[in-house]
Ligand binder design. Structure first.
Ligand code: MSP
Length: 642
């Protein structure tokens, strides 16, 4: 059976400057939807590109003492490099300076002219060059562009006009009959009001500069840049050139665009298509803007974030995850370095990284790396299996509605539940009792199986991480061939799979806002009356006590020390650094139990060499008879204990 087609586009970006993180945000969303659709079995055409004509580009080239073509060639190369580094899986990249596009724009312009929907007249009005947009006097705000707030220029030239007004009623009717056409609904309402205000005929040619596609029958004129740009979506789909391709992919399923250009896509573009007698796209989705620490990015403010630098520092998957998880599609979102690092540490290194590490190391230690057949599921297993099933089903619903951050949130709820499942089932205890071998096998199978499902479901968002998890799980099937269906069916992990030694998928980022030391108290804390009586040690002063630097630390890794049955080697995070310490708690804890726990440690204890390993600190534990429990604190690493 042939696959169902799915066509998704990003806006084509102006190569007037290099792209910033806001542009990367838009393309990452489109990429995750395209990858999800491929996973769901669709034949996807995912298009991005560059919008290279217009007055703004021509001026930029002049400022840089070069030709417009040389100027855009250079910047477009940087776009392509960015998309490669961000793992963007576009099937095509369209440049509006390409011949295939120029010829198509001319053919379309000619056709609409021939049928009488384009006519020549005198234009007099306002133009915003940065936005390449015409405005009526009454639309200006304080005499400036209502979109970007920059000054507009008066234009008086003979131009060609497109009879938009003729299509006003048909367009309104289409929007009203197709509630999904403009999303989210707030944008739809805005557009309906705009159209009801009356559509003016649009000036679709310019004569004051020449960096554009010549009007075929009057080469003094170049085609208005938005008319040229919007047409890219049908050029790439094969309109007039590749009948079969066009029949397959058109109408586009989603034009994903920023909120400020929804108007061009849901008014001008549909009218061009109506004039051509071509079906309208199914959906125009207007996403929100990424702001930096609450502020719009701009060169003059010096707050423009370069996505390449971020990818080099944190890796593409971490940036992609952050953008998709942190921001609700359709709303504006904030970019902050601190929030990015928190997400990487909490969600990726901790939740997902620990689940993988703990699960694989237990399968390694207790089962020689082999995932054995599970037995009859108990109630707690059933609950986990059910959650995995409903998560995979809900994920599909969420992704079909472009609720990307909700899909991710639900996936992480599954990861969190599975980490808890480890604590509740305690495989380390099961491993000690030969009678519980069957139970151990069930628990370990379930862990590996959840990881298999998670690896598949995160692949649209983190395309590098998924195959890494897949490989560590020891799965033989080619990851490129997996489908959404494989994640929706429980139990597809082959019994007998041999897992690899776990390797960290996301290292923790150690740069954090310095842990704020709690203010030192000067007054002696109130002592419970019996405190002195229970201690056999001599009294100390508060100053003596203050010499001990106690901090909350997070256990990142734990393993047994070879040939020392009482000792564990712990790697802990102090918020500002990592340390290794040796702790005599191996009789009371299995290593996997400790990972992810926040415990209290003396951090200024003189280092000591134990079994040849330098131990730099001591974790605190409470003990009574032969019971021992570490002192834990639900506080971030680095917090001072006093
Ligand atoms: N060339 C036109 C689009 C033509 S599509 C037929 C254009 N280009 S642009 O480079 O200025 O913007 C491209 C996209 O980037 C827009 O969708 C815009 O919303 C998006 N973004 C620009 N800055 C952004 C943020 N700070 N945050 C999110 N998206 C942002 O418009």
């Amino acid at each position: 059976m042939s696959k169902k087609p799915f066509y998704i586009t990003t806006p084509i970006y102006y190569p007037s400057d290099r792209l910033h993180i806001g542009h990367a945000y838009c393309t990452t969303i489109a990429d995750s939807i395209a990858r999800y659709k491929r996973l769901a079995g669709f034949d996807v055409l995912f298009l991005t590109g560059s919008d290279e004509h217009g007055q703004k580009i021509q001026r930029k080239a002049e400022e840089n003492h070069t030709t417009p073509q040389a100027y855009v060639d250079n910047i477009v190369a940087s776009f392509k490099n960015l998309w490669e580094k961000l793992d963007i899986s576009n099937d095509d990249f369209i440049r509006t300076t390409e011949r295939r596009h120029q010829e198509l724009v001319q053919a379309v312009f000619q056709k609409i002219y021939d049928q009488g929907d384009i006519y020549k007249a005198e234009y007099e009005g306002w133009y915003c060059t940065p936005c390449e947009t015409f405005w009526l006097e009454r639309q200006l705000v304080d005499g400036k562009c209502p979109d970007c707030g920059r000054p507009v220029e008066i234009l008086k030239e003979e131009s060609y006009f497109f009879r938009m007004s003729k299509y006003q009623d048909r367009l309104l009717q289409f929007i009203e009959e197709n509630p999904d056409f403009i999303q989210p609904t707030s944008r739809r309402n805005e557009m309906i009001n705009f159209i009801k205000g009356g559509l003016e005929d649009l000036c679709v040619s310019r004569t004051t500069f020449d960096w554009g596609i010549p009007v075929p029958f009057d080469t003094k004129h170049v085609v208005y840049v938005w008319f040229d740009a919007l047409t890219n979506y049908i050029t790439a789909a094969g309109y007039l050139n590749d009948r079969e391709k066009f029949a397959k992919y058109w109408p586009a399923d989603i034009h994903l665009v920023g909120k400020e250009i929804v108007r061009f896509h849901s008014i001008i573009w549909p009218v061009i298509l109506m004039a051509l007698g071509v079906e309208l796209p199914k959906k125009v989705y207007g996403h929100g803007w990424l702001v930096v620490e609450g502020d719009k990015m701009s060169k003059s403010k010096g707050n423009v974030i370069d996505p390449i630098a971020l990818i080099d520092e944190f890796g593409a998957d971490a940036i992609r995850y952050y953008l998709l998880r942190e921001i609700t599609l359709g709303l504006d979102g904030n970019f902050s370095r601190e929030a990015l690092i928190n997400r990487i540490n909490a969600d990726l290194a901790n939740d997902l990284g620990n689940l993988l590490h703990r699960s694989l190391s237990m399968i390694g230690r207790f089962n020689d790396g082999v995932v054995e057949a599970p037995g009859e599921p108990s109630a707690i297993d059933q609950e986990l299996i059910e959650l995995a099933r409903t998560t995979a089903a809900r994920y599909e619903q969420d992704m079909e509605h472009q609720d990307i951050n909700i899909a991710l949130k639900e996936l992480w709820a599954l990861v969190g539940r599975t980490n808890k499942y480890i604590d509740e089932t305690g495989p380390w205890a099961l491993a000690k009792d030969p009678a519980k071998k069957g139970r151990l096998h069930t628990v370990l199978y379930n862990l590996a199986e959840v990881l298999r499902i998670v690896a598949i479901l995160i692949s649209p968002f983190m395309p590098q991480t998924s195959p890494k998890i897949w490989r560590q799980l020891g799965l033989k099937a080619d990851f490129a061939g997996v489908s959404l269906h494989d994640a929706q069916a429980w139990g597809r992990l082959p019994v007998g799979t041999v897992v690899a030694k776990p390797e960290p998928i996301f290292p923790r980022i150690e740069e954090k806002p310095a842990a704020v030391p709690a203010a030192q108290t000067t007054a002696a804390p109130a002592q419970p009356p019996e405190a002195a009586a229970t201690s056999s040690l001599p009294e100390i002063t508060i100053d003596e006590f203050a010499k001990i630097d106690l901090r909350v630390v997070k256990v990142l890794a734990a393993e047994k020390v070879k040939k020392a049955d009482k000792l564990l080697l712990l790697t802990v995070d102090l918020g500002t650094e990592q340390r290794t310490i040796i702790s005599g708690i191996a009789k009371h804890y299995e290593p996997e139990q400790l990972i992810g726990q926040n415990v209290v440690m003396v951090v200024n204890l003189k280092p000591a060499k134990i079994r040849g390993i330098e131990s730099r600190g001591m974790v605190l534990a409470a003990s009574c008879d032969d019971k021992l429990r570490l002192v834990t604190a639900d506080m971030p690493p680095g917090s001072k204990v006093k």
